[in-house]
Write a protein that binds this ligand. Structure first.
Ligand code: IVH
Length: 677
């Protein structure tokens, strides 16, 4: 027999439920955690163990439901009391204007209409029923009339209130909203699935759908889903506010997330402005949106307008350019990178996607081609989200033509003919030609001259191609031997540009050590690593003599990087190039060895958004001079995130992980308290 709970136990359980519900709301809805995760976990476990001991204490609104039950659910079908309609789309400004015209015609008015503009979240619609404030049923949209019961899975989503807050709660109410997966969570989920060799998701929407369809709520519980409310229907006698806007403000007081980008606009011109400003912001948002929904704000007018077939006459979705399209892989070519890495690139039938015409997409490596099962001739999904390079995310094997051909790694480098080798356990195949390979030579020169390395202005891809193809330049040292007369003979090189280039090359003769080291293009030696190594050893001579063990004494240099550095200096042609550079008059500046601790030594910082008083590179330099490492992405190990204006997903992630965040002014304040060199 199970124990009956005593009064203390029931009281404590109630207290814990209240505290955990409040902390959950602070964390997931307000993005503002009030207690550390560890403390939350302790309270959570205390409630779990009380409920385990006295099952009668486990209420429907208990936060312990969030972990999900491991019992398989069956997704019974449910009929929607109010059908879940869809939205008409507008694909142009003109179509939006026609919509507004129709609204005003029907309402017989020439006055500007007040609309609410809301981001159209790219996820799945969900209907949530609350009885006396407690979540009793959650359902998918299905065909609009019948959906599936997904209550157990929905309960695991932390931003869904299991119990409504406040004291103006209707007895029976249905809240509708969108379930979606933020971009950061989607990328992380795909990374983990890919690593395990499992099927990845094409986009965040698919990932959200796949996560909700899990039979085991425990699996859904581990997926980073969120819910944002966008409409409400009362099913009792309570009174609705008079506008859509106010109804959402009401829903917000019950503990729901609503979209902070929501805007009240008057007249169609303001609608079009709202469309453009949201489109500008699209890439910075932490989640994907595929348009903006305009809804007539007055509920009385909504009622007058009514519905036609399956969509309301009072709302429309103005769509953004699609981020995925279908096209055909016409060919696969192999490119050779600076370190000899061979990258397969799909040549595509040109397609307009993500706002630009795309005709190439990376296929990353042969493993990726096998995972996708991509053939030449295949019809594929191409995705271009934000400014990320276009990706082939899915192949449609059912559309494969008979003459489709398998993609295979060429045995020899397409540029220099040297063997292509793939070291066991490595995903990347490489050309073994080293600096014999013109492609690698060109890339090496390109990197050496790039802005973050020696910054040789005017030495762009076009010139590098010509100089290497004509054998005027074989190694970076040859750059310093170029004479004006070598250049003036070349097509489109006038006297003035020849002079400018020679001067620019000349000006790069005295680099600081770390920049020079970075410019050498040693594998996996980025700016931060080059800086750390330069200030640890002080001279190139010392670096070139260091064995792998002493290299690993530098913070952030592990066995792999140490191995790359050692093998660079062990190759005769590299030593020859360094000698030639010295002979040509290049003198890298030695550095002071700074072994001492700096204020931010050992810390990793992330910069995001726009700062008002400095560029991102300047901010990076400041942080590095204080000893911090500056990284590109936020993780639990990040020490601090500096969030300027319009910070997006990185800020959201930092907040979610509880990482310290400094805004623009706090950061300036912080810098002013430290001595910058
Ligand atoms: S209102 C009758 N508002 O878009 C109005 N829908 O194409 C019905 N959606 O199934 C929906 N964001 O999944 C509305 N702010 C928003 C929305 C939104 C995304 C989705 C929803 C719906 C689909 C209709």
């Amino acid at each position: 027999m199970t124990d009956q709970p005593d009064k203390d136990a029931s009281q404590r359980a109630e207290e814990l439920r209240q505290q955990l519900t409040e902390h959950n709301y602070q964390y997931y809805v307000l993005d503002n955690p009030a207690i550390p995760d560890a403390e939350y976990d302790r309270l959570f476990r205390e409630l779990q163990s009380l409920e385990h001991r006295y099952p009668s204490l486990r209420t429907a609104d208990s936060p312990t439901h969030r972990v999900g039950s491991s019992v398989e659910t069956s997704f019974e079908s449910v009929t929607h009391r109010i059908p879940m309609l869809s939205l008409d789309n507008a694909f142009s400004d003109d179509e939006l204007k026609e919509f507004d015209r129709r609204v005003r015609d029907r309402l017989k008015t020439d006055d500007d209409i007040e609309y609410v503009g809301e981001p159209k979240l790219d996820g799945l619609a969900v209907s949530l029923h609350y009885e006396n404030g407690v979540l009793t049923r959650a359902a998918t949209r299905g065909d609009g009339y019948t959906g599936e019961d997904i209550t157990e899975n929905i309960r695991t989503i932390p931003s869904v209130p299991l119990k409504l807050r406040g004291d103006s709660i209707p007895a029976l109410v249905e809240v509708r909203g969108e379930v979606y997966m933020p971009k950061a969570g989607f990328e992380e989920l795909n990374r983990v699935l890919g690593q395990k060799g499992e099927k990845t998701f094409v986009n965040p929407r698919n990932a959200a759908a796949g996560s909700l369809r899990q039979k085991k709520p425990t699996v859904t519980a581990r997926r980073p889903l969120e819910v944002c409310a966008y409409s409400v229907a009362l099913e009792d006698e309570s009174e609705m506010p008079s506008t859509h806007w106010d109804s959402l403000q009401w829903v917000k007081t019950w503990g729901f997330r609503t979209n902070p980008e929501m805007r009240l606009v008057i007249g169609v011109d303001e609608c079009l402005e709202a469309y453009r400003s949201l489109l500008d912001k699209r890439n910075e948002l932490a989640y994907e949106i595929d348009g903006i929904v305009f809804k007539v704000n007055s509920l009385a007018l909504q009622q007058k307008l009514g519905f036609v077939s399956r969509a309301p006459r009072w709302a429309i979705a103005q769509k953004f350019p699609a981020q995925e399209e279908l096209t055909v892989i016409e060919d696969v070519e192999f490119q050779v990178g600076r370190t000899g890495a061979i990258t397969p690139v799909a040549r595509l039938k040109p397609v307009f996607v993500g706002g630009v015409t795309v005709s190439n997409a990376t296929l990353h490596n042969m493993d990726e081609i096998r995972r996708l099962d991509a053939h030449i001739g295949d019809t594929v999904f191409v995705r271009r989200a934000g400014d990320v390079i276009p990706q082939v995310v899915k192949v449609l094997p059912e559309r494969r033509p008979e003459n489709a051909s398998v993609v295979s790694l060429p045995p020899t480098c397409p540029v220099c003919g040297s063997d292509i080798v793939q070291i066991e356990g490595e995903v990347v195949a490489r050309c073994s030609g080293g600096l014999f390979c013109p492609a690698q030579r060109k890339e090496a020169i390109r990197h050496y001259a790039s802005r973050k390395a020696l910054d040789i202005e005017g030495l762009g891809d076009k010139w590098i191609d010509i100089l290497v193809d004509r054998e005027l330049v074989n190694t970076v040292a040859d750059l310093y031997l170029l004479k004006k007369s070598d250049l003036t003979g070349l097509e489109r090189m006038g006297d003035k540009s020849a002079n400018n280039l020679i001067n620019a090359i000349d000006q790069s003769r005295k680099p600081v050590l770390w920049k020079f080291l970075y410019a050498l293009g040693i594998r996996e030696v980025g700016e931060a690593t080059a800086k750390a190594i330069a200030s640890h050893f002080g001279t190139l001579e010392a670096i070139s003599r260091a064995d792998e063990e002493s290299l690993q004494a530098v913070p952030d240099v592990g066995p792999v990087v140490a191995g790359h550095i050692r093998s660079f200096f062990d190759q005769k042609h590299n030593i020859d190039t360094l000698d030639a550079l010295r002979k040509a008059g290049v003198q890298w500046q030695e550095e002071e060895i700074t072994a001492g601790e700096k204020p931010l030594s050992g810390e990793t910082w992330v910069l995001t958004g726009t700062l008002s008083t400095m560029t991102r590179d300047e901010a990076k330099a400041c942080l590095e001079s204080l000893g911090a490492k500056v990284a590109g992405s936020v993780s639990a190990k990040t020490s601090c995130v500096v969030a300027g204006e319009a910070a997006g997903s990185k800020l959201a992630k930092a907040e979610k992980l509880g990482v310290q965040v400094l805004d623009d002014s706090a950061f300036i304040d912080f810098l002013s308290r430290h001595d910058l060199p």
